[in-house]
Design a protein around this ligand. Structure first.
Ligand SMILES: N=C(N)NCCCC(=O)O
Ligand SMILES: [Zn+2]
Ligand SMILES: [Zn+2]
Length: 328
């Protein structure tokens, strides 16, 4: 089996789909090389976290990362929306999965943090494929160790700033409250995008606002339009180091049925991708796409949307890496 096609001196890119059918061979993200095939060094490491012990409703996001990898076989190397070939600008590689204990959330959270520390220490930015949203907490911890408190854009139907579920502190509904408590977020630049749906009470919103979050609801996106929303978010973030966390349930269930806690009235995949492209100038240090649960998916609708989402995020990171190299 032909593996990654190598360009002399440049990054090792994806398997060439004009020579090896794109449905053949192992499913790394975008058919990119594995991290060990590029000497263990990457500018952007795509990593899976097959973990879903933190969910409050339907399980299955532990299979999300591999579903996204499968759907990503169809991605092509040039991204016209950002006028960039992300896999030629920087070394992007698939770092495989973090093996988190499914029977012990606290241990799993520690494992994810330690694995993220290793990848970031090697100089990579992380593009993480979840997994449920619990994993954003250890990923943010690790990123904050490197960059200090980071700006956060959180695309989600839900706030995920609740306190506990059944007394548990680490769940998929609570990562961002923990992160604020731990001082790892820059509370002058926090925003939820795509929020909607029923809450437990008005105090959910009051507490969320006190933590420093701004909210752009999915109805706001519809009314204001993607350009205005992206402009507003860009202004709020400025040049701070930015982490983007994308719960795929930010999309309407018509665009992402394969998820654990679906809510009606969500964004389209086109809106999500366009807002991300509008953030291309931000200093994106790492990102995640979480909550893809393929058992509830149809025709890979959700996994395709998630693979394109990760592709836009990867493109932003690759462009910035190339630009900062030029500036050196
Ligand atoms: N992070 C996600 N997807 N969902 C959080 C929902 C928490 C709840 O069931 O109230
Ligand atoms: Zn959600
Ligand atoms: Zn979430």
């Amino acid at each position: 089996m032909t593996t990654a096609a190598s360009a002399s001196n440049g990054p090792v890119g994806p398997v060439d789909s004009s020579r090896v059918p794109r449905y053949a061979g192992p499913a790394t993200f975008a058919r990119l090389p594995r991290l060990d095939e590029v000497g263990g060094r990457a500018d952007v490491a795509v990593v899976g976290v097959p973990f879903d012990t933190g969910v409050s409703y339907r399980p299955g996001a532990r299979f999300g990362g591999n579903a996204i990898r499968e759907a990503s076989r169809l991605l092509r190397p040039y991204n016209p929306a950002q006028d960039a070939s992300p896999f030629a600008l920087a070394q992007v590689a698939d770092a495989g999965d973090i093996a988190a204990n499914p029977f012990n959330i606290n241990e799993a959270v520690e494992t994810v943090e330690a694995a993220a520390d290793d990848l970031l220490a090697g100089g990579a930015r992380m593009m993480t494929l979840g997994g449920d949203h619990t994993i954003a907490l250890p990923l943010l911890r690790s990123v904050a160790k490197k960059h200090g408190p980071v700006a956060l854009l959180h695309f989600d139907a839900h706030l995920d700033t609740w306190d506990t579920y059944f007394g548990a502190e680490y769940t998929h509904g609570t990562p961002f409250r923990r992160a604020v408590e731990e001082g790892i977020l820059d509370t002058s630049a926090l925003s939820h995008v795509g929020t909607r749906g029923p809450l437990y009470g008005k105090k959910d919103l009051d507490e969320d606002e006190k933590m420093g979050f701004g909210i752009v609801t999915s109805a706001d996106v519809m009314r204001r339009g993607v350009d205005e929303v992206a402009d507003q978010l860009r202004q709020r973030i400025g040049d701070r180091p930015l982490y983007i966390s994308i719960d795929i349930d930010v999309l309407d269930p018509a665009h992402a049925p394969g998820t654990g806690t679906p809510e009606a009235g969500g964004m389209t995949s086109r809106e999500l991708l366009e807002i991300l492209r509008g953030l291309a100038s931000c200093n994106l240090v790492s990102a995640d796409v979480v909550e893809v649960a393929p058992a509830y998916d149809h025709a890979e609708i959700t996994a395709v949307a998630a693979s394109h989402t990760a592709y836009e995020l990867t493109t932003i990171m690759s462009r910035q890496i190339a630009a900062s190299r030029q500036g050196e």
